[in-house]
Design a protein around this ligand. Structure first.
Ligand code: IPD
Ligand code: CA
Ligand code: CA
Length: 267
């Protein structure tokens, strides 16, 4: 088995172990506020621990960067660093706390300056989204392909907001802009699922201005391998360590970049 497939298999196993743990803790977890409206539970830390232990056991030479490390470290490890696992143990913690079935485990592997493996697991629907660079994207055993929508008027647009949106009027300007021009706009509260849904053709566009690297790490290879495209919102090359993302089905990408270049319109 190639290294990429071996790494992807290990990530899927780790995600499944974490998924079982999250489901088993649903009736019994404690929650606190990390920041204003920014929740963390002991399920987040427990999930990260089992993922770390599984991956460290399989790949002792690899590095690990998890949201709940407490280091807050989001520096690009660079092309010469060991393969680095980037993990969000629950993407969509607020949904998890409220028992809304829209949260996921997100695991990506960064190697030689790019993401090469991506896994997003949805415990509520038992959907394992997985991809490795050059080897396609899948949900469970089914290959993924982005949608073939070409017009904004037919598109399902998704976005994410930071926890504290005070002073962030541009988020509402863009919400209004796309609400008037697309079929629908959704903010589901999990960036990892947003990206998996672009890859699977359920949604057509995702944009955000505030992502952390662990939010996007599992979804990037999924989008690319399913035929989609991901850049910064101005169309420049993507960097997972920078906060902006524009992911589309591929066909609509230039159109969306033009929307962002023109700025949000009134009405
Ligand atoms: C959040 C989700 C949400 C995004 C927020 C993230 P968390 O992650 O990805 O969709 O809009 O910016 O912080 O905190 O639930 O892991
Ligand atoms: Ca997250
Ligand atoms: Ca999280």
């Amino acid at each position: 088995m190639s290294d990429l497939l071996k790494w992807k298999k290990g990530a899927c196993e780790a995600a499944k172990i974490a998924s079982n743990l999250l489901l088993s803790m649903r009736q019994n977890f404690s929650v606190r506020e990390k920041g204003l409206y920014d929740l963390v539970t002991d399920a987040d830390t427990a999930s990260q621990k089992v993922i770390y232990e599984h991956l460290k056991n399989l790949f002792p030479d690899h590095d690990f960067l998890g949201e709940e490390d407490g280091k807050g470290e989001e520096k690009d490890p660079g092309p010469n660093a060991p393969p680095t696992w980037i993990v969000d143990p629950i993407d969509g913690t607020t949904n998890y706390v409220h028992d809304l079935p829209l949260y996921a485990i997100s695991i990506g592997l960064y190697y030689q300056g790019e993401m090469v493996v991506g896994v997003v697991h949805d415990p509520s629907r038992n959907e394992m989204f997985h991809a490795a660079k050059g080897l396609g994207a899948f949900v469970n055993d089914t290959p993924l392909k982005t949608s073939s929508i070409t017009s904004l008027g037919k598109a399902m647009v998704t976005t994410g907001f930071p926890y504290n949106v005070r002073g962030m009027e541009h988020l509402f300007s863009w919400w209004k802009h796309f609400s008037h021009r697309s079929q629908a706009v959704r903010r589901i509260g999990s960036t990892a699922l947003n990206l998996a849904y672009i890859a699977s053709g359920r949604c057509d566009v995702f944009y955000a201005f505030d992502n952390h690297v662990w939010d996007v790490a599992g979804g990037i290879v999924l989008v690319n391998e399913a035929g989609g495209k991901i850049t910064r919102v101005d169309g420049s090359p993507y960097c997972p360590f920078k906060p902006e993302s524009l992911a589309t089905n591929g066909q609509m990408h230039d159109l969306l970049v033009a929307e962002f270049q023109n700025g949000p319109q009134e009405g």
